[in-house]
Every structure is written in structure tokens, then in C-alpha cells.
Design a protein around this ligand. Structure first.
Ligand code: EPU
Length: 419
């Protein structure tokens, strides 16, 4: 297993390019199952999660060709069963359920387990499939959905913690081939959902309202092949902006989409950093003294839960008391104990972290527990005195394309070693 060693104290400067979005690429790759014709997707990030998704597609009978960031998937036939050993490595494999149900009118996919950020139910996905006329059975660790025919319906997908991103994706992917019109109320409005809707529309689907809480989907008989560019990864972009804020003189991210990053740039300016925007690029730099912040995660366009851990790392060395509340995954605080091992002063009160900024973090051996928590530990290591050793780096490789190499390009002293 690889480890990352971060030698803290180097000031970051320069620019890097943002990769295609992981959370767009995964459902879009799954959506290629909806047609027999070839689909070509550009800017697919080179991550273990996208590799897992391609393995699942191949298991289901699709042919996959990959040349650097471009992937062509041809699913002339699609098997409808994805067993546990194929899907267990990645929770997002659940998003093959919708396209398989749409195309084959049946799907059996092993149920995703919980993970460190919460128990991660899929009840809302299943509620949506049932509303379209499918029967749902959970048996032997698998979820089976089947319907002789899917019919459009009005479905409210809003749950206790707000809209569901993959749930909206899944129900939308089944509904594009249903008979009649489906209305999804309480839909997720994340840019990744819009990217999927754009791709489906290029395949011949009729979806309106992407980016709002109400999607209207007029079912069509069949979809055809299409070509698509994945949007820039707003969470990778945000992570590099926070890296620049923690340890930077001036860090520029290129090939980004500034309008998807407003909540993150507002948080950084609220903290006292200067953020300059150009078309497809943003630069963050210090602007005097950094200030503490009150921050709460919310569904898009609010502050993303996927950036909460990285902001905790930044606020841990920002003078004063910051208060962070996690509203989407209230238990998503595995990074707190590890940051405390580096000298951070933070207390958890239910879904809220109260952070008293310290002047100094010290390098320590810390353990990555999930993707974003791991990124937060690397960011804290950029600022800490001495060496921070982050183990279980496979979490980072799930969702950041060459994080260590990109940080090196900015001047970080960072190395990857075998354990
Ligand atoms: N929820 C339910 N029932 C459901 C589905 C979700 O109660 O059927 C709850 C969840 O437990 C959570 C909230 O609803 O409290 C939102 O979860 P959501 O379904 O939106 O999460 P997701 O679609 O499974 C995606 C991203 C996550 C990101 C969340 C929230 C992908 C592959 N994953 O997950 O990304 O945190 O949306 O924005 O798109 C990451 O990239 O590190 C990551 C975890």
C-alpha cells in the first residue's frame, strides 16, 4: 500500500489544470448502457473509481476502449446482473441500476454497504423505481428491480437530508425509456446531474429542468450513441483552491468552471483570501490576515459536503473560532481525530465542529479514512512543521487524478512511497 509523505512549509505557487469530474464521469459511464450504439466520453479522469466503473460495464457485456482521457463504450448487449465481487469496491456502482432497469426492464445489483461517512441508504432510488412501476426485492444482499414496462409518474425524491444526487441520476436514467412523462420533484441540482442530463439529451432523451428542483422527462422508445466532454471537477478545483489558501503565495487553477465554485470562493473570500476570476480559471492568494468562518454544508448551490474536510484543515490554523456544520452527511468527521493528532484544536458537537485556530500544526503519522478526509490531511501537511505521513492513499487515488504530482508542480515537497 502506498503512503504519501508531505514535508510541510513550502509555499505553493503557479498553476495546475483541473481534471474531468469524477462524480459526473461515473453516472455518465453507467448511462452508456442505455444504448447499443458506441458512446465516446472525453475527459474521463484516470482514477480507481472510473476504472472500477469500466470493469463493471465490461462485466455487463460492454466493450470498452480507453485512450488517455477518452473512453468509448459499446454496449451491444447488456447483462442485467452485477454481483457483489464486481460492485463492492465502489458505492457509486449503484448507478448502473437505473440504466439497466431502463434498458433490460430488470436489474440485480449487490447492495452497497455503508461507509465511513454514514450508512448511505438507497431507499429514495428504490422509491423512484417503484413509482415508475417496478417491483423491488432485497434478497441475499442484492437488490432486484424488475418491471414488464415502465410508466412515467410524478415522484418526490427529497429525503430527510435533502435531495439525492445519485438517486436523481438513477431515476432519471430509468425514466428516459419509460412510457409517458415523469416529473421528479425535489431533484438534486448539482452540476454533475446537469452534465448527465446533457449527455442523455445528446443520446436522444427529452429532459427539461436540469439544474432546478423539478425535472420533466418525456420518455422515448430508444436512445442512440453520443459524444460528450465531462465537466471540470469542482471538488478537485476547490481542494486546490484550499491548498493555495493554506500554503500558497498565489495558486491558479485552469480548466475550471468558476460558476460551479461560487460557494467555495465565497467561503475563501469570507476567510479573508483574495480570489480572482477569469474565464475557466481562478487564482487564490493571501490578502492580509485570515479570518475564522461559520460554514454549513448544503446541497448545491450551497457549500458542498465534499469540501467540508478540506475547509476544516484550513480553519484549523486560522486565528479565532470557526464553526462548521455538516448537514448532508452529519457523521462525516473522520478527519477530525487525525487533524487533532497534528495539533488542531477542534471539538465535535453532533453535526457541528467547533474549531479554535492554532498557530502551528506538526507533522504526524495519520490515516486516510475516506477520499475527502484524506485530501484534508494532505492539505494540513502542507502547512505543518515536519513530515506528515498519510497512509491508505488508495482513498485519494479513488477520486483525485495525480494529486501528489499536481501539488509537486505547485512547489510542494511531497512524495509517494511504498509501505
Ligand atoms: N440519502 C437517503 N436515501 C437515499 C439516498 C440518499 O437518505 O436513498 C441521504 C444520504 O444518506 C445523505 C443525503 O441523502 O444524507 C445525500 O446523499 P446523496 O444521495 O446525494 O449522495 P450520493 O448521491 O450517494 C453523491 C456523491 C458524493 C457526495 C454526495 C452529496 C457521487 C458518486 N457521490 O453521493 O460524493 O458527497 O452526492 O453531494 O456522485 C465524494 O465524491 O467524495 C462523495 C462522497
Amino acid at each position: 500500500m502506498d503512503k504519501i509523505l508531505v514535508h510541510g512549509g513550502n509555499a505553493l505557487a503557479g498553476s495546475i489544470k483541473i481534471s474531468g469530474s469524477k462524480n459526473s464521469a461515473l453516472p455518465i459511464l453507467a448511462a452508456t448502457l442505455l444504448t447499443r450504439e458506441p458512446c465516446t466520453i472525453h475527459r474521463v479522469p484516470d482514477l480507481s473509481d472510473t476504472h472500477y466503473m469500466l470493469q463493471i460495464l465490461m462485466h455487463l457485456g460492454a466493450q470498452v476502449e480507453r485512450a488517455s482521457g477518452t473512453v468509448t463504450v459499446t454496449a451491444e448487449k447488456a447483462d442485467s446482473v452485477a454481483p457483489y465481487d464486481v460492485v463492492r469496491k465502489m458505492r457509486a456502482s449503484v448507478c448502473v441500476l437505473g440504466p439497466l432497469l431502463g434498458r433490460c426492464k430488470e436489474a440485480t445489483v449487490a447492495l452497497p454497504g455503508g461507509c465511513v461517512i454514514g450508512d448511505r441508504p438507497i431507499d429514495l432510488h428504490l422509491k423512484g423505481f417503484e413509482a415508475l412501476g417496478a417491483a423491488v426485492r432485497v434478497e441475499g444482499g442484492d437488490v432486484k428491480v424488475f418491471a414488464p414496462k415502465l410508466n412515467g409518474a410524478v415522484i418526490n425524491l427529497r429525503g430527510k437530508f435533502g435531495p439525492t444526487v445519485l438517486g436523481t441520476d438513477n431515476v432519471m436514467m430509468a425514466a428516459v425509456l419509460a412510457e409517458g412523462t415523469t416529473v421528479i420533484e425535489g431533484a438534486a441540482a448539482e452540476p454533475e446531474v446537469c452534465d448527465l442530463a446533457d449527455f442523455l439529451n445528446k443520446m436522444g432523451a427529452k429532459i427539461e429542468g436540469a439544474g432546478t428542483r423539478r425535472l420533466i422527462i418525456e420518455g422515448v422508445k430508444e436512445l442512440h450513441g453520443a459524444e460528450h466532454d465531462i465537466i471540470p471537477d469542482r471538488i478537485e478545483a476547490g481542494t486546490f483552491l484550499v491548498a493555495g489558501a493554506i500554503a500558497g503565495k498565489a495558486v491558479t487553477i485552469n480548466r475550471a468552471e468558476p460558476k460551479h465554485l461560487t460557494a467555495i470562493t465565497n467561503a475563501l473570500t469570507g476567510c479573508g483570501f483574495k480570489v480572482e476570476e477569469k474565464t475557466n480559471s481562478l487564482t487564490v492568494s493571501p490578502n492580509g490576515v485570515a479570518k475564522p468562518l461559520e460554514l454549513a454544508t448544503e446541497p448545491y448551490p450551497g457549500f458542498p459536503t465534499d469540501m467540508q474536510a478540506q475547509m476544516c484543515a484550513l480553519l484549523s490554523t486560522t486565528d479565532g473560532i470557526s464553526v462548521v456544520t455538516e448537514n448532508v452527511f452529519p457523521q462525516r468527521y473522520m478527519h477530525v481525530a487525525e487533524l487533532k493528532r497534528m495539533g488542531a484544536n477542534m471539538q465535535l458537537e453532533g453535526p457541528t465542529a467547533v474549531i479554535q485556530g492554532v498557530h502551528r500544526l506538526t507533522g504526524a503519522q495519520v490515516m486516510a479514512s475516506d477520499l475527502r478526509a484524506s485530501a484534508a490531511l494532505v492539505l494540513a501537511g502542507l502547512k505543518a512543521e515536519g513530515i506528515t505521513e498519510v497512509s491508505r492513499v488508495y482513498h485519494i487515488d479513488r477520486g483525485y487524478e495525480h494529486l501528489d504530482e499536481k501539488l509537486s508542480e505547485l512547489g510542494a515537497h511531497i512524495e509517494r512511497v511504498k509501505d
